[in-house]
Design a binder for this molecule. Structure first.
Ligand code: CO
Length: 252
């Protein structure tokens, strides 16, 4: 049996996390509008850092376990933790952007996958399915449910659409630390795992592959790619569990 130490947040602390979440989402919206053929992830990294500085927010990923950047940029077959590069995006690419900040002692963490120019119908379906699976998971984040209800909702939605769930990386609790207990797998059984309570705050983040679920880490020690070269998409929200149900903190 796994024993998690889950730090509950008071309503006042959730107010502070709402501010962090709002900034993360604002910046992801700025970046999303800039994604087009010719732009590099290096450009996006610079803008993300500038936008955070404007808001007096600290970029949470930079320096975290020595991660070298503020933004994770993972195109096409990259799953997560891609490093910004000077390679220009081209029409048909898909690009996952994952961004986190720290402000007033609390973190916000969110991710989106964006099409570049015109993408294939399959790429488009993968993006839509991943985003909808996140919302299927969030819907289950209510007091009295169990962690496995979130995991199962994501997995069953994704597999019904013919895509696969990455096992090797998972979501997480979030608060004063970027990663807190519990781990939140995007696969699992309903009715299993810890009972959800008001005051828990989770970063729920399905990473979904076009083909097989297996992934590996490149020699740069960060970039996670699909083993079979298939596409991968990633969406993430920071979500508070409240008496009134789930509240997405990473939105405006
Ligand atoms: Co996260």
């Amino acid at each position: 049996m796994v024993v998690w130490v889950i730090i509950l947040k008071s309503p006042r602390e959730i107010d502070r996390m709402r501010k962090a979440g709002c900034i993360v989402y604002e910046i992801l919206c700025v970046l999303r509008e800039l994604v087009r053929p010719g732009v590099t992830s290096f450009d996006l990294e610079r803008i993300a850092a500038e936008e955070a500085a404007k808001r007096k927010a600290k970029c949470a990923f930079k320096g975290y376990h020595n991660y070298p950047s503020s933004l994770c940029c993972s195109p096409n077959n990259q799953v997560v933790h891609g490093l910004p590069t000077r390679v220009q995006l081209v029409s048909g690419d898909i690009l996952s952007l994952d961004f986190g900040i720290l402000i007033d002692d609390f973190h916000g963490d969110a991710a989106i996958t964006v099409p570049v120019g015109d993408v294939s119908a399959l790429a488009d379906q993968l993006i839509t399915t991943t985003e909808k699976s996140l919302y299927a998971g969030i819907e289950m984040a209510v007091p009295g449910n169990r962690l496995g209800d979130i995991s199962f909702a994501i997995q069953s939605y994704v597999e019904k659409k013919g895509f696969s769930v990455v096992r090797d990386f998972v979501g997480h609790g979030i608060g004063k630390s970027l990663h807190e207990d519990p781990q939140i797998p995007n696969y699992g059984n309903s009715g299993k795992g810890v009972k959800l309570k008001a005051g828990m705050v989770f970063a729920i983040e399905p990473m979904i592959n076009e083909k097989a679920p297996e992934v590996r880490v490149l020699d740069d020690k960060w970039t996670v790619v699909t083993c079979d070269g298939g596409l991968s998409a990633h969406f993430e929200h920071t979500v508070a569990i409240t008496e009134n149900g789930p509240e997405i903190l990473t939105r405006i």
